[in-house]
Design a protein around this ligand. Structure first.
Ligand code: ATP
Length: 300
């Protein structure tokens, strides 16, 4: 992914994607926006990742100066733990992911990785340390092998195949007549939502980052595909510090901690069981989503 941020690559990429129309436009504008605003401070050292613990200290941020989205967020993601961020639509969950990548600078407060302020280290090294499985995966009109290898320059065929197997899409690819040489995208094979997510997971496995951000797809996959993807994700979370941006609560039950955002602040946090007992915002969201799931099942 760090490739995407180099200006020249970026131009080529933007040209190809506009021409081919295969990209989520929102994601593209997010990326374009940022390169211009956020710069390395002079002489910034590289980020040195040890255990990969992440901390937000009193982070205040808004896209417009007079409209704060995050109003003083304290967040501790211990090394190797999985922390899920939940909250109503527009609460600022995806904003937290964008700030981690330093797409934007915070207005006040700090974001630390192993004690280093991310605003003071080389961006390239920051972005190399973080893998993201986004809501919408960008596919290039190229081979499926290329699309996976995009996670890391110079990956060998064997590494690509291992990543595909780790993402549980290896068998599917091998069953295609042209295997990894099969073209995907507009003029090739159309992948389903679940398959695209698996490509994103395979990319991330190839990159092998110590920190993982999972921005859960908002568009619903069918429940079997969702459960399968969920199992794959839980496997790749092991040994990595993981932040899950969750839109559906059914996917965060296993998190070490769940953080509930409300009106720009952390309103509640704890495990699933603790938050249900607390009988607050999370418990209310859980009851509502459980009812919606039941209604959806009854309608099937
Ligand atoms: P959802 O669950 O619906 O995806 P979210 O909790 O992830 O929502 P964010 O995407 O973080 O919410 O957005 C938080 C707020 O910031 C929203 O009010 C949104 O309209 C606003 N916002 C997001 N991106 C921008 C932007 N580029 N410029 C201005 N405002 C923005």
């Amino acid at each position: 992914l760090s490739q995407l941020f180099r200006p020249l690559d970026m131009l080529g990429w933007v040209y190809r994607t506009i021409r081919q129309g295969v990209i989520d436009m929102g994601a593209m504008f997010d990326l374009l926006d940022t390169g211009a605003e956020v710069r390395d401070v002079a002489g910034a050292p590289p980020l040195v990742v040890g255990d990969a613990g992440v901390r937000f200290e009193n982070v205040v941020f808004g896209y417009e100066p007079d409209r704060a989205i995050l109003k003083g967020i304290d967040l501790d993601v211990p090394a190797g733990a999985t922390v899920a961020i939940v909250g109503h639509s527009g609460a600022g969950k995806s904003t937290i992911a964008r700030l981690m990548f330093r797409f934007y600078d915070v207005q006040s407060g700090r974001i630390l990785i192993d004690g280093q302020d991310i605003a003071r280290v080389q961006q390239e090294t920051l972005r190399a340390a973080i893998g993201i499985v986004p809501q919408d995966t960008v596919l290039f009109n190229d081979t499926i092998g290329y699309n996976i290898a995009y996670g890391r320059e110079g990956a060998t065929e064997e590494e690509i195949a291992n990543a595909a197997r780790g993402a549980a899409i290896g068998d599917f690819i091998e069953s295609l007549t042209d295997g990894y040489q099969t073209r995907v995208g507009e003029r090739g094979l159309k992948l389903s939502g679940g398959e695209k997510q698996r490509v994103a997971i395979a990319r991330t496995l190839l990159k092998n980052p110590p920190i993982l951000i999972l921005d859960e797809a908002t568009s619903a996959l069918d429940s079997r595909t969702e459960a399968e993807i969920q199992a794959t994700l839980e496997a790749i979370e092991r040994g990595r510090t993981t932040i899950v941006i969750a839109h559906r609560l059914s996917t965060v039950v296993h998190a070490d901690r769940i953080v509930v955002l409300e009106e720009g602040r952390v309103a509640e946090q704890g495990t699933h069981a603790q938050l249900l007992r607390a009988n607050g915002i999370y418990a209310e969201m859980w009851t509502r989503q459980a009812r919606e799931r039941e209604e959806a099942l009854a309608a099937e």
